[in-house]
Design a protein around this ligand. Structure first.
Ligand SMILES: Cc1cc2nc3c(=O)[nH]c(=O)nc-3n(C[C@H](O)[C@H](O)[C@H](O)COP(=O)(O)O)c2cc1C
Length: 308
């Protein structure tokens, strides 16, 4: 059985240092189970389930099928405090191995999670926030680079991962634009201990995304992705064709209307990162992981050696 070991992957009991990143609306229990069976870490935002009871049912469903690790994303400021507390308690009750905190200060959750032996990973786009999260007790920092799906930063992955690595005590997780095993090898060579991939897994058989969404991901070019704060007030990457108006001039006029759409945001306006350029086929998660591992091995083997 092949494995690719990093200290953080070992700690999480993974065969491969890969996370199927949490995606609002899209991540589902079938993806988490397929990830666990493929030896990688699946993750989902707890608020993908409409109620706490549904979230509990999901944890129960997963625990009945796998003993392997999966992760839950707690979106701190986007979740009602009572729901956040209930979801957090359920994570501990059902033995969730890792909690991914985002959209808020992780200090309190990190303290309690670590006391229970749960790995806490926090996502950031800047070193400043990374240092704060490290001080707040995060076990690992997810650096979200430019070009990532969802809320993305503006720093190139070529700089962000080694820059965070150089300045942090805790492990770095590389997020943004990674869709192939070659990129995974690059991210690990830049100091990351896990790669964190969202966009590539939109085009998985298990993902419940609309078929047109999947088709745009596997047929897209980097130029089809637009970085804008017009949808939610925070900069994120979207498939341009799904933004109101399509082209910028018309869209500016439609912006007010979009901001009034509440829950329809992200449902009808589809997010994806520049990695669409390298995701070319919808496949089961097990097959995507096989591709990533094969490509990683080829990349490592084919690097020119230092001669002489
Ligand atoms: C459709 C979509 C929804 C997302 N929703 C969330 C979310 O709810 N919480 C979160 O922390 N990150 C969210 N993200 C960000 C991903 O977890 C991850 O950082 C990102 O997908 C990595 O970049 P990549 O898409 O280029 O692989 C989302 C990304 C996408 C594409």
């Amino acid at each position: 059985m092949p494995r690719i070991r990093t200290p953080l992957a070992e700690r999480l009991g993974l065969d491969f240092p890969i996370v199927c990143a949490p995606m609002f609306i899209l991540s589902n229990k079938e993806m988490l189970l397929a990830c666990a069976e493929a030896g990688i870490l699946g993750a989902m935002p707890s608020i993908n389930l409409r109620s706490h009871d549904e979230f509990r049912d999901t944890l129960r469903w997963l625990r009945a099928r796998t003993e392997r690790a999966f992760a839950v994303n707690l979106t701190i400021k986007l979740t009602h405090p009572e729901r956040l507390e209930q979801d957090f308690a359920a994570c501990l009750e059902f033995g969730v191995k890792a909690i991914i905190t985002s959209y808020g200060n992780p200090r309190e959750l990190a303290r309690r999670a670590r006391a229970a032996g749960v790995v806490v990973m926090h996502d950031v786009i800047h070193l400043e926030h990374a240092l704060k999260a490290q001080d707040a007790g995060a076990d690992a920092i997810i650096g979200v680079s430019s070009g990532a799906g969802g809320h993305a930063g503006t720093t190139s992955p070529f700089v962000l991962y080694p820059y965070l690595r150089k300045n942090l005590r805790v492990p770095v997780v590389a997020a943004g634009c990674i869709a192939t095993g070659q990129q995974m090898a690059a991210a690990l060579s830049l100091g990351a201990e896990l790669v964190y991939m969202g966009t590539r897994f939109i085009a998985s058989t298990e993902c419940g995304a609309d078929e047109r969404y999947k088709s745009m991901v596997v047929n897209g070019r980097p130029e089809d992705v637009e970085y804008t704060d017009a949808v939610s007030g925070v900069h994120a990457n979207f498939l341009r064709a799904t933004l109101p108006g399509g082209a910028k001039a018309e869209r500016d006029a439609a912006q007010a209307e979009v901001q009034g759409t509440g829950g329809k945001k992200w449902k009808d306006i589809w997010s994806a990162g520049q990695g669409i350029a390298l995701a070319t086929e919808v496949k089961p998660i097990a097959a995507i992981v096989e591709d990533l591992v094969r490509e990683y091995a080829e990349a490592v083997r084919s690097l020119p050696a230092v001669e002489g």
